[in-house]
Write a protein that binds this ligand. Structure first.
Ligand code: SAM
Ligand code: SF4
Length: 470
């Protein structure tokens, strides 16, 4: 590989393929075994999807995957920056690698993803973690072969510059489970919710072309996908900036109409852009699951304004009422933040009222975490973490009682279930079409198939059942 190619920024796929071949040959000469990589992903499904591309490239370079960092020649963490807790865990886990590397000097340690896209973090890694070989941000990962090549030449590589507006198609993908697939339809976010770091580390919103998405969907179905989730930070604004007449509802219908025995989900929807057209399309499409993940974040209008969410609690409720009117069996799930700066206990009560009113199937709950560089980080925040944790307990108790009533109503019903896991002792775990986890006795060979399961017992978050067959 000639060295002038190494300095080409955003080198194209064919150049990367060349680097991948060189890396493969270097690894073959370096090790007396097949090189092993340990890849750990923190955070959301967007990161899981990026890791599938990263693993695809590593696989192309000759790596196989191991579950144990001690056993790995390459350890890679794909990191999350959404909350401080996630960042602390990464620092803890990187710290723990130091001891392993002391006995394994040629181990390569790589860190990538949202956390690394922040200069204060990558600078800290550069200064304080000299045993980390490679750091790259969210925009650089398609150039992994080139970066790894440079590491194998003995360099320490840091690639965290922003590369605006680029979508790289055609990367190889490695999926652990063929039957359950993530399919990114867009990247980045333009919403700038005042608490959120995502727009800063993932860049501006950009949509993939529908023909590229459809080609990937067809390939997934051919490879055995049974459950496809379309991914984006705000899927409802899909298509913005493309030079063709397309929106998310149209894309959903196009994928729904592909032949095959699969179900379709999507996340995340932003209430300000979730249209009646989309809800009507969902209702019409037989492969789209009756599940809407629609984060509300707060039930108080002043807090929603400060969060820059651009809808009111009343508009949110009207939207969910409409969804229930066109799909009476719909499961609505959501994200909620407790203890946004300046939020009072009285305002938090509005969040509880909204939860009571909408009757969510389940909630992802977060205590507000201050993110440097966001608008909310400058707002005074006087409520203690301890008080916020007490508010959270109240919220969780309410949601648990709502979920318990809902799941109790399932007893005696037969549900279509995609079987996802086996516990090794005869119990299968699956998900119903409205996103409830169900456990039932059965055989490992059923993983990845659809089965009818009769619900026999309801716990608050999950249900138990008996297999009825296909
Ligand atoms: N794009 C999605 C949306 O608009 O709802 C969500 C993406 S974000 C990665 C997932 C969730 O993390 C958000 O819905 C929010 O509830 C939570 N979150 C984001 N920033 C947060 C922060 N600073 N503190 C606590 N939770 C946060
Ligand atoms: Fe963050 Fe808001 Fe964008 Fe979701 S929509 S990723 S919460 S800025």
């Amino acid at each position: 590989m000639n060295t002038s190619e190494m300095s080409i920024p955003n080198a194209g796929l064919s150049v990367q393929k060349g680097f991948a071949e060189s890396v493969k040959s270097i690894l073959e000469a370096k090790y007396d075994h097949t090189p092993r990589a340990f890849v750990h992903t923190y955070g959301c499904q967007g990161n899981v999807s990026d890791s599938e591309r990263i693993k695809g490239m590593l696989h192309e370079m000759g790596y196989v995957f191991t579950d144990s960092p001690e056993d790995a020649d390459l350890v890679l963490f794909n990191t999350c920056a959404v909350r401080e807790h996630a960042e602390d865990r990464v620092f803890g886990n990187v710290g723990a690698l130091k001891n392993i590397k002391e006995n394994r000097r040629d181990m390569i340690i790589a860190l990538c993803g949202c956390m690394m896209q922040q200069p204060r973090i990558s600078d800290k890694i550069k200064r304080s973690y000299p045993y980390v070989n490679l750091v790259f941000g969210t925009f650089a990962f398609p150039r992994l072969p080139e970066m790894l090549y440079r590491v194998l030449q003995g360099k320490r590589v840091f690639e965290v510059a922003e590369e605006k507006g680029k979508i790289v198609e055609g990367l190889p993908t490695y999926r652990d489970r063929a039957f359950k697939s993530w399919l990114p339809i867009m990247y980045g976010c333009d919403n700038f919710c005042s608490y959120c770091i995502v727009p800063y580390v993932r860049g501006r919103e950009r949509s993939r072309r529908p023909e590229d998405i459809l080609a990937e969907a067809k390939q997934l179905i051919a490879d055995g996908a049974k459950d496809i989730t379309l991914l984006g930070q705000n899927v409802n604004s899909y298509g913005k900036g493309l030079d063709i007449d397309i929106n998310f509802a149209k894309l959903l219908k196009m994928i729904n109409d592909l032949p095959g025995n699969f179900v379709l989900r999507f996340m995340t929807s932003h209430p300000k852009d979730c249209s009646k057209e989309l809800l009507d399309t969902m209702a019409e499409c037989e492969k789209v699951e009756r599940h809407l993940h629609l984060p509300f974040q707060s039930g108080n209008n002043r807090v929603l304004r400060e969060m820059n969410r651009r809808y009111t609690a009343q508009e949110y409720i009207a939207l969910t009422d409409y969804a229930k009117s066109v799909m009476p069996d719909i499961a609505i799930t959501s994200d909620v933040i407790v203890g946004f700066p300046g939020e009072t206990y009285e305002e938090f009560q509005d969040t509880l009222r909204l939860i009571e009113r909408v009757q969510f199937t389940s909630l992802y709950t977060f205590i507000y975490s201050r993110r440097e560089g966001t608008v909310a980080a400058k707002m005074p925040d006087e409520v203690t973490h301890r008080e916020k944790a007490e508010w959270m307990r109240e919220l969780l108790d309410l949601q648990e009682s709502i979920a318990a009533v809902r799941t109790a109503g399932y007893v005696g019903e037969t549900k279509k279930v995609l079987v996802e896991e086996w516990d090794g002792k005869g119990i299968l775990v699956g998900r119903t079409n409205d996103n409830i986890t169900i456990q039932f006795p059965g055989d490992e060979s059923l993983i990845g198939t659809f089965q009818n399961v009769k619900v026999t017992e309801a716990l608050s978050w999950i249900v138990k059942g008996e297999l009825q067959g296909e």
